[in-house]
Design a protein around this ligand. Structure first.
Ligand code: AMP
Length: 430
C-alpha cells in the first residue's frame, strides 16, 4: 500500500513563486542590514530548554503551551527555538563576543521558529523570522535606529498602510509600582478572565495584555497604563527615543496597551502592524529593549535591543496586496534552441559566452523543433530565445528573438551580448 504522509499541521512546503517572493524579501532585508552595519549570525535550531523558558518567562503562552520540548537520547531537555533573541544572547555570552571595541554589537539572523499554536491564516507552527539585535548600548538613538530599520524593511518592500506602534514598559522598578496598581484594578474583574489569566494575575499580570482571549485583553486595556509609571530615567530615555523618531520624520503612534509577549523586555518596545491584515494576526514584526538579558545569561551587565519580523506573514501580505517582487528585470534569461545537425561546438561556444556573462541560460534538449522550443521558453519565463540552425552556423550568425514582443533579429555571433543588453534595456524601459 502506498505511504500517504502529509506535512505536519502548521508547517509549509515553500516552492515556486513563494521561493521568489521569499528570496526577494531576504535579499532586500540583507541589503538594508548591510547599510545599517549588521552582520549575520547563525545559531542552532534547538537549545537547552532553559535558554528559552528562563528568558521568555515561565508564565508566557510560549513557555506554558507552545514550546516543542523533548528529551534527547541522554535525557537532556531540548527545545526547538520559538524565537531568535534568546539564542543570540546565549551565543554572544558563550563566545564572549561583547568586547568594548564591538559595542554596539550588531547582528542579524534568518531562521525557522517553532511554536505549538493553533494554526490559522498567518499563524503557523513552523515559521520563519528575520531578526536584528544591537547589543551593549543604551543610547536612545539606537532604539530609534532599530525602529527606523524595522520601518524601512516594509517601506523597501513596497508596503503602505502600515502603523508603527511604540511604548515603554520601563525598568523593573517602574513596573513594581505599576503592577501594584494594575492588580488593584484587575481584582474585581477576575471572574471575567480566562483560567490562564487568573493565574497570571498572581504570577505575572502584565501577560494578561497579550492573552489570545480577546475578552482578557479588553479588560486589561481599561486599566492603568504602564507608561504613566515610568521613573525619571525611563521617562527621559523614552522622550529621547520619540525625539529621534521625529528627527528621522518617522510617523508613530504611542500604544498604551502594547506590552509584547516576552518577559525579557524592558523600556522601549515597538511593533509594526498592517491595517490590511485581520486584527489577530496584524503584526508584521516587533521588538524592544532587553537590558537585563545578557546579565541573566551570565554575561556582562549590558543593555541591548532587537526585533524580529515574520517572513511568512510578510510574504502572505505582499501576495494578497498584489505587491510584486521585483524580479531583477535587467536580468536576461535566454533559451537556446537548435535544429542544426552538427552544431554542438558552435552552440557550446554561445552557451559558454552567455553563462560567463552571468546570463541565465539553458538549451532546449527536447529537439522538438523551433516553434515548440519557443513555446516552451515562453512558458518557462525566458525572455530571449536564441535560435541556431545550419544557416546561422554557416554564416557565423545567431537569430535572437525577444519573447516579450516577438521581435526577431539576425545578428553576427560576436554581437550577441550587445544585442541582449539592448533588448533587456528596452524591456526595462517598457
Ligand atoms: P514575536 O517573536 O512573537 O514578537 O513575533 C514577531 C513576528 O513573527 C510577528 O510579528 C509575526 O509576523 C511573526 N510570527 C510570530 N508568530 C508566528 C506564527 N506562529 N506564525 C507565523 N508568523 C509568526
Amino acid at each position: 500500500m502506498a505511504l500517504a504522509i502529509n506535512s505536519p499541521r502548521g508547517t509549509a512546503d515553500i516552492f515556486g513563486d513563494d521561493i521568489r517572493y521569499r528570496n526577494f524579501i531576504i535579499n532586500n532585508v540583507k541589503e538594508l542590514f548591510k547599510v545599517f552595519n549588521f552582520e549575520e549570525m547563525i545559531t542552532p535550531a534547538f537549545e537547552h530548554t532553559g535558554v528559552f523558558s528562563r528568558s521568555i518567562g515561565e508564565s508566557t503562552d510560549i513557555v506554558q503551551k507552545e514550546m516543542y520540548t523533548f528529551p534527547d537520547k541522554k535525557g537532556r531537555s531540548l527545545t526547538l527555538r520559538p524565537e531568535g533573541t534568546a539564542s543570540i544572547v546565549r551565543a554572544v555570552v558563550e563566545k564572549k563576543m561583547l568586547i568594548s571595541e564591538n559595542i554596539p554589537l550588531k547582528l542579524y539572523y534568518i531562521g525557522n521558529m517553532f511554536r505549538y499554536e493553533r494554526p490559522q491564516k498567518g499563524r503557523m507552527r513552523e515559521f520563519w523570522q528575520i531578526g536584528a539585535e544591537a547589543l551593549g548600548s543604551d543610547d536612545p538613538l539606537l532604539d530609534a535606529e532599530m525602529i527606523w530599520m524595522l520601518n524601512n524593511i516594509f517601506v523597501r518592500l513596497g508596503f503602505k498602510n502600515l502603523k508603527l506602534l511604540i511604548n515603554s514598559i520601563g525598568c523593573s522598578r517602574c513596573r513594581e509600582d505599576y503592577i501594584i496598581k494594575f492588580r488593584e484594578f484587575i481584582k474585581p474583574e477576575l471572574t471575567g478572565l480566562c483560567g490562564n489569566c487568573k493565574n497570571r494575575y498572581d504570577k505575572n499580570p502584565l501577560r494578561i495584555f497579550d492573552c489570545k482571549v480577546p475578552g482578557c485583553r479588553a479588560i486589561a486595556s481599561k486599566g492603568p497604563k504602564i507608561n504613566q509609571f515610568l521613573c525619571a530615567a525611563c521617562n527621559e530615555h523614552f522622550e529621547k527615543v520619540k525625539g529621534s523618531l521625529s528627527d528621522l520624520s518617522l510617523d508613530y503612534e504611542i500604544s498604551d496597551d502594547l506590552v509584547r509577549g516576552f518577559d525579557y523586555y524592558t523600556g522601549t518596545i515597538f511593533e509594526m502592524i498592517s491595517n490590511d491584515l485581520a486584527s489577530a494576526q496584524n503584526a508584521l514584526g516587533g521588538g524592544g529593549r532587553y537590558d537585563r538579558l545578557l546579565k541573566e545569561f551570565g554575561g556582562p551587565d549590558k543593555p541591548a535591543i532587537g526585533f524580529a519580523i515574520g517572513l511568512d506573514r510578510t510574504m502572505m501580505l505582499m501576495k494578497e496586496l498584489g505587491i510584486k517582487y521585483i524580479d531583477d528585470e535587467s536580468r536576461a534569461k535566454a533559451y537556446i534552441i537548435s535544429i542544426a545537425a552538427a552544431g554542438q561546438p558552435y552552440i557550446l561556444d554561445v552557451l559558454k559566452k552567455l553563462r560567463d556573462a552571468n546570463i541565465i541560460c539553458d538549451i532546449d534538449h527536447t529537439g522538438a523543433g523551433i516553434g515548440a522550443g519557443i513555446k516552451r521558453a515562453g512558458k518557462k519565463d525566458y525572455n530571449i530565445a536564441i535560435i541556431i540552425g545550419d544557416d546561422e552556423i554557416e554564416n557565423n550568425k545567431i537569430t535572437v528573438k525577444d519573447l516579450n514582443n516577438f521581435k526577431q533579429y539576425s545578428i553576427n555571433k560576436e554581437d550577441l551580448l550587445e544585442k541582449i543588453i539592448e533588448i533587456m534595456g528596452a524591456i526595462k524601459n517598457d
